[in-house]
Write a protein that binds this ligand. Structure first.
Ligand code: SF4
Ligand code: SF4
Length: 200
């Protein structure tokens, strides 16, 4: 009988506390681990739990600041970043931190369906254009939609940039070969300074 009463008292206490929702606490708060009362579930997606600034969620690439260096793709442990570069003969712009831009991206895809959210790609990015955002809800009905394209060139622009690079390569290949360095005159003997003689 006593245990039944204890159970009813516990249930009643929870029912009374369930009149309000738990409040979310910032992870840096000293109260973070303090026990909270109230309903733990939320009316998602109308309500969303705030995420910490250091959270690792969906990746975003600010293409205007990307120099297409390929470092992010090389370090990715699961190969979910696909980049197709197009080189340019000349600098065509600068990023917001002043880095020279010389490579266009025909393709810059990140497959979030493969991503393990390790964050390595963001740490090697030299211009800090690749960041992990606070967006954690990107549920889709087709797994292909988890492949996020960031390149912003049209098909015509891609063809034009590729043709310009091919023309540049061709003109380099057809450039006249510079004359070889002239050889010393017959009989020329270089003077070797004896040891100890001061420089003149
Ligand atoms: S977070 Fe990790 S797994 Fe995801 S794209 Fe970057 S390096 Fe690859
Ligand atoms: S590391 Fe950064 S700058 Fe380099 S290709 Fe990746 S996103 Fe672009």
């Amino acid at each position: 009988m006593q245990s039944v009463l204890m159970g009813l008292r516990l249930t009643g206490a929870h029912v009374l506390k369930a009149r309000h929702s738990k409040t979310s606490t910032d992870i840096t708060s000293s109260d973070y681990f303090r026990s909270q009362t109230g309903i733990a579930t939320i009316q998602f997606p109308h309500e969303m739990i705030p995420v910490p600034d250091t959270g690792r969620y969906q990746l975003h690439n600010e293409m205007d600041d990307c120099i297409v260096c390929d470092k992010c793709a090389k370090i990715c442990p699961v190969n979910c970043i696909t980049i197709e570069p197009i080189r340019s003969a000349e600098e065509f712009g600068k990023t917001s931190d002043g880095t020279s831009k010389r490579i266009y991206a025909a393709t810059f895809d990140i497959d979030m369906g493969k991503c393990c959210f390790c964050g390595l790609c963001t740490t090697v990015c030299p211009t800090e254009c690749l960041t992990m955002t606070k967006t954690y809800d990107f549920s889709v009905t087709d797994i292909q939609q988890h492949n996020f394209p960031f390149a912003n060139l049209s098909s015509a622009e891609i063809e034009e940039k590729k043709a310009a690079w091919d023309r540049h390569q061709e003109s380099k290949a057809n450039a006249p070969v510079p004359a070889p360095l002239t050889s010393p005159k017959p009989g020329f003997k270089p003077r070797i300074k004896p040891p100890g003689e001061p420089n003149t």
